[in-house]
Structure formats: structure tokens, C-alpha cells
Design a protein around this ligand. Structure first.
Ligand code: ADP
Ligand code: MG
Length: 527
């Protein structure tokens, strides 16, 4: 790799940006950031390649924001991105980076009223993030002027290629006339047309490609839980699983602190470890953890790097690791010295694809597991109470309470009833059933318990039901026989899947392919 950077502070960044990055909770640059940010700051054209989830947005966002002259209220940078969601997300991240420097970034995408965008533009923005189609619209109407654009970024270039945006991109590139234009191109993969685009429109680009060495996964049990409420899920797992010392990984310092606070409120005692703590504070937390005075350590990847403890029973990825390398490093903290270890990963439904990628690149299988239900937790609590009760009975130290009980019995209550009521009292507050997850798709016209999806492929693409079943079963990793009614029409199809896997099917299939055809998947409208 080009640069071995340890901290953002070692990159020549202004204080305002460093403070903003600090607020975002990033502890150190990811490899693609360490490789590309300095080159971009020096003014080079840069082609950066690294897989999804490795921090490419900040890799171009930081130098782009740094370069903007905030007192000059014109569009100075343009970022092209394939979808409206990405445009919004990217603009949000850039606004965070530019928070103190007061650099304003506006997303521009189709589907939003063009008049509204024109008004927003008129208020003066420094950077726009847009989808190619809508930008072309504005260019043709003359509502956006690109004459001051000195930085052009193509983000997710391979996706834009797949979506057929190449001609639009070329048109936009042609419209940016600034002599000293700097162009940054980021992509997870580098197909030939992207290579061609870079050599045609970029000026001696520096190439930074982050490829991962092969890592071996330790032989431990690996599970994942998919949920929309990770905190609740984590608590249930902690309540039910027999654990020894465990480490919970979060992605940012802020997330570590938040989780530590949330667990504390719920009565679990955990130690937090991250880069903001002084050496003394870190040592104190580590000593408690080592001595077993706390069982749970919550850490960022960076902070956990130095930890050397042999008897960790569980590693929990509360945030999905950013790549397979980090996954392997994290879970390698358990199962040491011949002990048994367990690794658990919590994902949001939309992160399923990222998990699949980790499995593929790390050559490992992470098994799906259902979260314990509220009644599982209650059962387990009853077992624990029984164990503790028996222990107290054996120790015979409860003389003080004899008179209290005999008073109650004298009032006419049965001793069995009294004992049960005492237990209820000790359980109170912990065993109420929790609200079930609410459905998110509304009425899609599916059978009860099913969500009906619209697929924009059908007979014209020679699609048969078996093709759809096979694709969904393998991509979303669900048994094919749980898929419900499939109706295939000329240009589209309807497919019903069980509610509990619907979100996963959507995230796995949308913009994926069936028989080589790219598909759009949406929840169907009610019949
Ligand atoms: P990519 O574009 O490569 O798929 P993103 O830029 O979307 O990746 O980043 C993925 C996630 O990682 C985001 O949530 C982002 O906030 C986070 N992230 C980026 N850089 C860092 C960093 N240096 N430290 C911690 N988290 C980071
Ligand atoms: Mg990205």
C-alpha cells in the first residue's frame, strides 16, 4: 500500500474537518481512506477500488470538502451516484464532514420536484450529489451551472455502468469545462468500460486498490441474528445464553458509549473501551474484565486490537464488521487455546448482502439463528431462579424471614401461594412480554402471513416459477418450499414470501439477477 497512516491527524487536514471526523466517531482511516485521501489532497486524479462497506464515501468526501472555498457560494464539486438513496446518504455524510467548515451539500435526484430543487440550489450550495438522469435534466434546463466545478467524483462507478448511465456520465463529464478539474473515481470492481472511462477522462490517475490477503477463519460456531431491534435482541441473547467473558464490537466510539449506556440502563454491567479513553482508564476497564468483575467488554475494532485474553467465550458483532478481514480478526478473539468459542453477528435486514459477502470472502458459513422469544427468556429466568432458590435453601440463611412468612400463613394463606407470590415479586419487571415486531409492508395483497412482491421480469424473459424459487432460495438463503404463490405474466411476476423473511428477500433480490436478468423488486400493491 501507498501510505501507512495511523490517524486522521497525520493527514494534512484542517482542524474543522478533523473535529467533524472526530464527531462522526471515526477513530482511524480505513485502508482505502489512508490510501486515497493524501493523493486527492495533493490534487491528483485518483481511482480507488475497494469492496462495499470500506468507507469510500469519506475517502472522496474528506478531500472534496477540504478543497471547497466556503466563502464562494458556487457549486464547486459534483458527485455522481447511481441511486437516489445513495445520493441522500452521501449528501448527509458530506454535510457531517463539512459541519464546522460550513460547506453545504445538496442531493439532487429524480422523483423530487424540480422546482423545489431549483429553489434549494438558489440558496447557494457548494457540492451537489446527484443521479445522472436528474442532473442531465437540470443541465438541459440550464438550472445548474457547472462552470465552477473543480472536483468531479464518480461514486459506485460499476453500479452506474450496470444501470446504463455511461452515456449520461460522459455527457456530464463533457459539460465540466474547468481547466484544472480533478476527477476521483470510486468503485468496488473495475470492469473494462470503467477502466476505459478513467483513461479517457482522467488525467494520469493514481490507482489505489485495496485487496485482501487470504485469512483463515478459526473453527468456532458462527451465527447471525437478523432483527430490526438489535438492542432488544442482544439483551435476550445475553439473558439466555450461557456466556463467560464476552466482547461486543461496535463500529464507532459513539456506538460503544451508547451501547454501554443502554446496557447499563437495562441492568447489565459492561465496560467500554475506545480510543478516547486515557491509558489509565483503559487499564482500569481491562483489569476489571480480566478479573471477571465485569463479563462484558464493548469495544471498537481499533481499541480491541491490543487485547490479549485467552478465555473469551463469545464475540458479538453488534455492528456488522466492515469487511471479511475485520470479521476474521474480531472472531479470532474467541476459541483460543483450544477452548470452545462462539461468534454472533447482529444484522439489520438490509445488511444481509454484506453478510453474504463476508461469508464468501472469508470462506466461512455463518448460520442463521432465530432470536430467543420473550417467553424463552422467561423460561430461562425461571430456571435461574430455581437454581438460586435451591442454593439459598441449602445454605439455610433465611431465618430472619421465618416470622414474616408465618405471619402471612397465620392470616390464612397457603405456604405454596406465599412462595409463588414471593417469586412473582422477585421476577417483576423482567418478564413482561414485549411488543412483537410490527409489520412494515402493509397490505401487499398476499395470503395471510405472506408478503407479495412485484418482480419486473416475466414470460418475455422466459422466466419460470422454478427460476424464481431457485434464485430466492439461494440468494436469500431460505427454504424454497416456504415461498408461496408465484404468478408470472408477460413483463412482470408476483411472488409471495413469508412475512418474517420478506425484508431479507427484498434486500437480497432487489437489483440482483434472475437467470441473468437484472430485477427490480417492490412490495406489491394490494389487489
Ligand atoms: P462504501 O462506500 O465503501 O461501501 P461507506 O462509505 O458507505 O462504504 O462506509 C460504510 C460505513 O463505514 C459507513 O457507516 C461509514 O460511516 C463507516 N465508516 C467509514 N469510514 C470509517 C472509519 N474511518 N471509521 C469507522 N467507520 C467508518
Ligand atoms: Mg459507497
Amino acid at each position: 500500500m501507498k501510505q501507512e497512516l495511523k490517524s486522521f491527524g497525520e493527514i494534512a487536514l484542517s482542524r474543522k474537518l478533523l473535529q467533524a471526523i472526530e464527531d462522526m466517531g471515526f477513530e482511524e482511516p480505513s485502508p482505502i481512506q489512508a490510501g486515497t485521501i493524501p493523493l486527492a489532497l495533493e490534487g491528483h486524479d485518483v481511482v480507488g477500488q475497494a469492496q462495499t462497506g470500506t468507507g469510500k464515501t469519506a475517502a472522496f468526501g474528506i478531500p472534496t470538502v477540504e478543497k471547497v472555498r466556503e466563502s464562494y457560494r458556487r457549486i464547486q464539486a459534483l458527485i455522481l451516484t447511481p441511486t437516489r438513496e445513495l445520493a441522500i446518504q452521501t449528501a448527509e455524510e458530506l454535510n457531517k464532514i463539512g459541519k464546522y467548515k460550513r460547506v453545504r451539500t445538496l442531493p439532487i435526484y429524480g422523483g423530487q420536484s424540480i422546482e423545489r430543487q431549483i429553489r434549494a440550489l438558489a440558496r447557494g450550495v457548494h457540492i451537489i450529489v446527484g443521479t445522472p438522469g436528474r442532473l442531465i435534466d437540470h443541465l438541459h434546463r440550464g438550472t445548474i451551472s457547472l462552470e465552477d466545478v473543480a472536483t468531479l467524483v464518480l461514486d459506485e462507478a460499476d453500479e452506474m455502468l450496470d444501470m446504463g448511465f455511461i452515456a449520461d456520465i460522459e455527457e456530464i463529464m463533457g459539460a465540466i469545462t474547468c481547466e484544472e478539474r480533478q476527477t476521483l473515481l470510486f468503485s468496488a470492481t473495475m470492469p473494462a468500460p470503467i477502466e476505459k472511462l478513467s483513461s479517457r477522462y482522467m488525467h494520469h490517475p493514481e490507482r489505489v486498490s485495496i485487496t485482501k490477503e487470504n485469512l483463515t477463519v478459526p473453527l468456532i460456531d458462527q451465527f447471525y441474528y437478523e432483527t430490526r431491534d438489535k438492542l432488544e435482541g442482544l439483551c435476550r441473547v445475553l439473558d439466555i445464553e450461557e456466556t463467560g467473558k464476552l466482547i461486543i464490537f461496535c463500529r464507532t466510539k459513539r456506538a460503544v458509549d451508547e451501547l454501554a449506556g443502554a446496557l447499563d440502563t437495562r441492568g447489565y454491567s459492561a465496560g467500554a473501551l475506545h480510543g478516547d479513553l486515557s491509558q489509565v482508564q483503559r487499564d482500569r476497564v481491562m483489569k476489571k474484565f480480566r478479573d471477571g468483575r465485569i463479563d462484558i467488554l464493548i469495544a471498537t475494532d481499533v481499541a480491541a486490537r491490543g487485547i490479549d485474553i485467552d478465555d473469551i467465550s463469545h464475540v458479538i458483532n453488534y455492528d456488522i464488521p466492515q469487511d471479511h478481514e475485520s470479521y476474521v480478526h474480531r472472531i479470532g478473539r474467541t476459541g483460543r487455546a483450544g477452548r470452545k468459542g462462539v461468534a454472533m453477528t447482529f444484522i439489520w435486514p438490509r445488511e444481509y448482502r454484506q453478510l453474504r459477502l463476508i461469508m464468501k470472502l472469508a470462506h466461512t458459513k455463518i448460520q442463521r439463528r432465530e432470536l430467543p422469544t420473550a417467553s424463552d427468556v422467561l423460561e430461562r429466568q425461571k430456571e435461574l431462579i430455581k437454581e438460586r432458590l435451591l442454593k439459598v435453601l441449602k445454605q439455610d440463611r433465611y431465618d430472619d424471614y421465618h416470622t414474616l412468612i408465618s405471619d402471612i400463613v397465620d392470616e390464612g394463606y397457603d405456604p405454596m401461594e406465599v412462595a409463588a407470590a414471593a417469586l412473582l415479586l422477585s421476577l417483576e419487571g423482567s418478564g413482561e412480554s414485549r411488543e412483537e415486531e410490527q409489520e412494515t409492508f402493509g397490505n401487499t395483497g398476499g395470503a395471510p402471513g405472506m408478503v407479495r412482491f412485484f418482480f419486473n421480469i416475466g414470460r418475455s424473459q422466459k422466466i419460470r416459477p422454478a427460476d424464481i424459487v431457485r434464485a430466492i432460495a439461494s440468494e436469500a438463503d431460505i427454504p424454497g418450499d416456504t415461498i408461496g404463490v408465484i404468478n408470472i405474466y408477460d413483463k412482470f411476476s408476483f411472488v409471495e414470501v413469508p412475512e418474517n423473511v420478506a425484508e431479507r428477500v427484498l434486500s437480497a433480490m432487489h437489483r440482483n439477477t434472475v437467470n441473468g436478468f437484472k430485477v427490480n423488486v417492490e412490495p406489491a400493491r394490494r389487489k
